[in-house]
Ligand binder design. Structure first.
Ligand code: MOS
Length: 750
């Protein structure tokens, strides 16, 4: 329900009708019936299949490919190589903006990492293309691969991630450490991880002259369209990208990757539509990953257990040819009050595909190290880990001194601890056993993620029949955008959600911005809200200025939009239905647009973050070292919750990923070849149902008047932060062994 008072802008939402309801996914039935078309489900007439051949070395040059053998295979139409390919309008290695990452699109015979594309075979069938790729038998001139955190040249780029300062200093670290009565210094290592979205990167391309139709999963269609436009020298308006459903993205579909561009090139080369789908093992290289880290933390406390310094240094890797790396140390900016905080980063150039944003980039890796170190210090102080965290609770953002726009972390600690039963936790390790003699341990981790906003636009329509339309090129990665954004649309238009046609998922709609940074619901949602508010204001204008309307002269009293009608705010017995207002004005429909984006003034004044507290129980077999997580409780405060059902699922997913971070995930790279040895879902371990304990999620009430008009902070990434540290701390509590290398392994525990 939307209330409009012409004397007040922006419009004020009265929490109610659709927002806040636990609707199930509106696209759920389509998905379970297999009727939701994902990119690779498309088969335009005359379509060919493209398969990439990838490098089996990590560094060097391709010296020969048996193109003739591949071409001779029945069904093979063409083989695209670095010397036989359509021209691009610009060099793909030129960074035309900070959101452009270099990609391998056969620009030369150079190999920059294992699994890099070195040719594309295009054929009448998938089988023929696959066989053709096998017949290429590449030969190489190989150089030794640079692998791991100690290889290669170390560098310090000006920014980490996109736009974060490499080094951030507040106060005097050395003075803080010198004044400390206790210090803890510890080094943590986290492994390379791969996104492994269930749906592989895929693209179906059909050229028609200079216009282009593309089906591909994207977390940012308008950016993707701009990239294709510049690479192929055509107008963005001539490109239609359809991306209604994604089988996960986690950051790996934020930018078009090399293989997707190769699909567009292949279709151009052969003059027919082409489909290109990565195989699972081909996703370990060209589509980004989470870089490994080695993080050194030094912290100090005074005699009362108050922090005097946090020094967090992260060493990580980047590729030999681009600069992205994991901004891990940034996690220490937000959580704990300290007169001195320093975060710094350096990276090593290795022979890998460029790392990229992967769910909670920086916060996930940084938080596991910070939360473990904080527990090490609580132990040194003889304090309960929760009491130690409360003692060092940040009332303002420590690194900047800004007040928080809202922060209900204390309530997260309290409610989570109560639900978990934390008060019964013995201080010392190895104190609890279950009925089977297994060691039981309880651990805590604090969760944090910034509340960001990008830019988006929406278009709203109300039609003469009283139904509404909301258009926005938003992205549903599986998180439920089709549902949550439609709920915001319904309230914005004063209609039941079933009376609103929600149109989304294609690049010809108003720009829905980026589904990333946990900011999509906030950004697209506020655009939708503003489009609805603008439309209701136009409708109210029509009614209140017309003496034939029951609302005539409502003037400063204003109107309320609800159930397809406008009501006088001061006398709700007087109302008029939308169709009547439009009919009298002789309009078939009425439309308005709205923008959503950051309030830079509010951002300058306030620190904006979501928070949470995760409590974990593990059981460890004292003889075998086998670790089982048995219980996790997460309490999160993330501003307004649009759909508690979907939010719970997001937080479950994040907590499971945190568990996976602590116990399972690791890409193992062969030091001799630079190849990933477990590039498949059988050997790259992720938790299965049997690994996932009983999960409990609490959402803690939080009203944020500053973060955006709807008060949304976002929940996409915060669940992974805190959770990994909670599991690691629980393992310490069960066993008394502090492991600083992740994932935690049985052999190191015994
Ligand atoms: Mo997320 S890593 O911003 O898609």
């Amino acid at each position: 329900m939307l209330e409009i008072n012409p004397t007040q802008t922006p419009a004020h939402i009265r929490h109610g009708s659709s927002i806040g309801q636990p609707l199930t996914r509106r696209d759920g039935i389509l998905k379970v019936k297999g009727q939701a078309a994902y990119a690779a489900d498309h088969h335009p007439p005359g379509m060919l299949f493209a398969v990439i051949a990838v490098a089996s070395i990590a560094r060097g040059r391709v010296t020969s490919l048996d193109v003739a053998a591949a071409k001779a295979h029945p069904g093979v139409v063409d083989v695209m190589t670095s010397t036989h390919k359509p021209p691009l309008a610009i060099d793909p290695d030129i960074k035309t903006n900070p959101f452009v990452f270099r990609m391998e699109v056969l620009q030369s015979d150079e190999v920059r990492y294992a699994n890099q594309s070195i040719a594309v075979v295009i054929a009448e069938t998938l089988e023929a293309a696959t066989e053709g790729a096998a017949l290429l038998v590449p030969r190489y001139e190989a150089l030794p691969a640079r692998v791991g955190l100690d290889a290669g040249e170390t560098f310090v780029p000006p920014v980490v991630g996109v736009g974060n300062p490499t080094e951030n200093v507040h106060g005097d670290i050395e003075a803080g450490l010198a004044a400390a009565s206790k210090t803890v210094e510890a080094t943590y290592e986290t492994p390379p991880q791969y996104h492994n979205a269930m749906e592989p990167h895929a693209i179906v391309v059909a050229w028609d002259g200079d216009t282009l139709s593309i089906d591909t999963p994207s977390q940012a269609m308008v950016m993707a369209r701009a990239r294709v436009a510049e690479l192929f020298g055509i107008a963005p308006e001539n490109i239609l990208i359809r991306s209604p459903f994604l089988g996960g993205g986690f950051g790996s579909k934020g930018f078009l990757t090399g293989p997707q561009i190769l699909g567009v090139m292949a279709a151009k080369l052969v003059g027919r539509p082409v489909k290109l789908v990565l195989r699972r093992e081909q996703m370990y290289g060209p589509v980004g990953h989470r870089a490994p880290t080695r993080q050194r933390l030094r912290i100090g406390v005074d005699g009362e257990g108050r922090l005097t310094a946090i020094d967090h240094h992260a060493r990580t890797v980047s590729s030999s040819y681009d600069d992205f790396y994991e901004p891990a140390a940034g996690a220490s900016h937000t959580l704990y009050a300290s007169p001195a905080i320093r975060t710094s980063h350096e990276a090593v150039r290795v022979d890998t595909g460029t790392p990229l944003f992967m769910r909670a980039p920086g916060e996930a890796t940084g938080s596991i190290a910070l939360e473990s170190t904080i527990d090490e210090m609580a132990l040194a102080c003889g304090m309960d880990p929760l009491a130690f965290r409360l003692k060092n609770y940040a009332e303002v953002e420590p690194i900047t001194g800004k007040p928080f726009s809202s922060k209900a972390l204390r309530a997260c600690y309290e409610q989570g601890a109560a639900r978990f039963g934390w008060a019964k936790r013995p201080l010392s390790p190895r104190q609890m056993r279950d009925g089977d003699g297994l060691l039981v341990g309880w651990g805590l981790g604090t969760a944090t993620f910034p509340a960001m906003m990008f830019q988006a636009e929406a278009r709203a329509v109300i039609r003469r029949d009283g139904t509404g339309v909301m258009e926005i090129g938003a992205h549903d990665m599986g998180q439920g955008a089709w549902t949550a954004l439609a709920q915001i649309a319904a309230d914005g238009l004063g209609l039941d959600v079933d009376r609103v046609e929600f149109r989304s998922g294609t690049s010809d709609l108003p720009d829905g911005g980026i589904a990333g940074g946990s900011a999509h619901t906030a950004t697209a949602g506020n655009a939708i809200h503003n489009a609805g508010a603008a439309l209701i204001a136009r409708l109210a204008d029509l009614a209140t200025n017309d003496e034939r309307s029951a609302l005539f002269g409502a003037g400063n009293a204003g109107v309320i939009a609800r159930d397809g009608q406008l009501f006088r705010r001061d006398d709700e017995s007087r109302s008029e239905a939308y169709p009547d207002i439009l009919a009298r004005a002789g309009l078939a429909e009425i439309e308005a647009r709205g923008m959503g984006g950051a309030d830079t003034a509010a951002q300058a004044e306030y620190a904006m973050h979501a928070h949470g507290a995760v409590f974990a129980e593990v059981k460890v077999d004292p003889e075998l070292g086998q670790i089982r997580a048995t219980r996790m409780v997460g309490a999160f405060a993330a501003g307004r919750i649009i759909n508690p059902h979907l939010v719970r699922s997001q937080l479950f997913g994040g907590m499971i990923w945190g568990l996976s971070f602590a116990l399972h995930e690791e890409a193992i790279i062969d030091r001799r070849s630079g190849r990933i040895m477990n590039a498949n879902l059988a050997e790259y371990h992720i938790p299965v149902n049997a690994d996932v304990p009983s999960l409990d999620v609490l959402t803690v009430e939080e009203h944020d008047p500053h973060v955006n008009a709807l008060g949304i902070k976002g929940v996409g990434e915060i669940g992974i932060t805190g959770s990994a540290g909670a599991v690691a701390n629980a393992i310490w509590h069960a066993t008394g062994v502090r492991l600083r290398r992740f994932p935690i392994r049985i052999d190191e525990l015994l």
